[in-house]
Design a protein around this ligand. Structure first.
Ligand SMILES: O=P(O)(O)OC[C@@]1(O)O[C@H](CO)[C@@H](O)[C@@H]1O
Length: 364
């Protein structure tokens, strides 16, 4: 089994996330909302902690027991970059919410610290294009994953590179084949970013429901703000309002129970999907197909390990309780299921194909 990724190699991608992206994010959050001295002090304290040891959750945190079960007893007190990257990053977002008082008793309770960034993206969103073919909608949903505000904070002035034509792996034929096997059934979509990514996800869901290619769509979103632009239920409602006729149909489908939104606590867990609880396993097991959107979900799906890129996708995801497709633009080093010739050609062009958000894949 490949080793779990940690962040202790200076200059590596995970190290950069902890030591460069997170401080930049704290600065952005501090400026975006008029927090008072208490919240600003807590953000500064979190910033000061990044080069030291992982601190505990706020006293009285309602989810303390949940986090203990997810590993906090093992990791709190240790240096941030010596624990699994996936765990450290996820816990950072939970601590950021403590710092801004998201779960506290004060006036900032329930105020999404990333809302100003998400709102700016939503305001700039072009109205949906009607009449796209299903394959085009699938690609719109795939490339929508470039709309990742956490990633953009690190990309800085340069922004995102040009997207590369062609996918590093494309099993879209396999995806449609799974979906069309037997009578129309449930499609699970594990959403990633709000706004420009969620809109095409919703358009795809609407089209598949309207064409009776699926009987029901179950959309998993995050129960609280996470990884900057990740979609929460409030973001789904905001996006439905921007989705024109498709938004109206999905609104009705929600009322009818054909379009279901879930915000399961495990969606913000610092753990691979291999460790999912039984109720989530049952959800995924009941679906004709689950579509995992985005880079973080991919990392969780393949357990965030240093796999050789040619390790078969089916081997690594074999534990999943039903057919699972990954739609992802590559923004971290982990990748599986590529053929040797593809890896050789990509490596010959430099390593940034794994992390630059310029390449994408569809795997089943
Ligand atoms: O899941 P998403 O929105 O596609 O990407 C999340 C991300 O920006 O954050 C992680 C690194 O911090 C990576 O998984 C990726 O770079």
């Amino acid at each position: 089994m490949a080793d779990v990724i940690v962040s202790n190699v200076p200059g590596s991608f995970p190290w950069g996330v902890l030591h460069e992206r997170h401080p930049a994010l704290i600065a952005r959050v501090r400026d975006a909302t008029p927090y008072g001295p208490g919240r600003r002090g807590a953000l500064d304290a979190l910033l000061g902690e990044i080069d030291g040891a992982i601190g505990p959750l706020a006293p009285g945190a309602a989810d303390r027991g949940v986090w203990e079960a997810w590993g906090s007893e093992k990791y709190v007190g240790r240096p941030w970059d010596e624990v699994p990257f996936l765990w450290a990053e996820s816990y950072f977002y939970r601590r950021l919410l403590d710092a801004v008082g998201y779960f506290g008793p004060g006036p900032w309770r329930g105020i999404d610290p990333f809302a100003p960034f998400k709102a700016a993206e939503l305001d700039g969103l072009a109205p949906p294009v009607a009449g796209l073919e299903e394959q085009a909608l699938l690609h719109a949903s795939l490339w929508g994953n470039r709309a990742d505000l956490g990633f953009r904070i690190s990309a800085g002035e340069a922004g995102l590179g040009e997207r590369v034509t062609g996918l590093v792996a494309d099993d879209s034929a396999g995806l449609w084949a799974v979906l069309d096997r037997g009578a129309p059934g449930r499609l699970c979509v594990v959403a990633d970013n709000a706004g420009p990514e969620l809109l095409p996800d919703l358009l795809l869901a609407d089209q598949l429901l309207a064409a009776h290619r699926v009987s029901e769509v179950l959309l998993h979103v995050k129960p609280y703000p996470y990884y900057v632009s990740d979609a929460t239920p409030a973001d789904v409602i905001a996006c439905l309002r921007r989705a024109g006729e498709a938004g109206k149909r999905l609104w009705q489908a929600m009322a009818d129970g054909r379009f279901i939104v879930r915000a399961h606590p495990f969606s913000c867990a610092p753990l691979p999907y291999q460790d999912m609880p039984d109720d989530l396993r049952a959800d995924f097991g009941s679906a004709t197909l689950t579509i995992m959107k985005g880079d973080l979900n991919y990392r969780r799906l393949v357990c965030d390990r240093h796999w050789a890129a040619t390790t078969p996708y089916a081997t690594v995801t074999g534990y999943f309780p039903g057919p699972v497709a990954a739609l992802r633009t590559l923004k971290s080093e982990v990748v599986v299921g590529l053929d040797e010739a593809t890896v050789a050609a990509l490596d010959a062009g430099g390593q940034s194909w794994r992390t630059a958000g310029t390449h994408a894949l569809i795997q089943v």
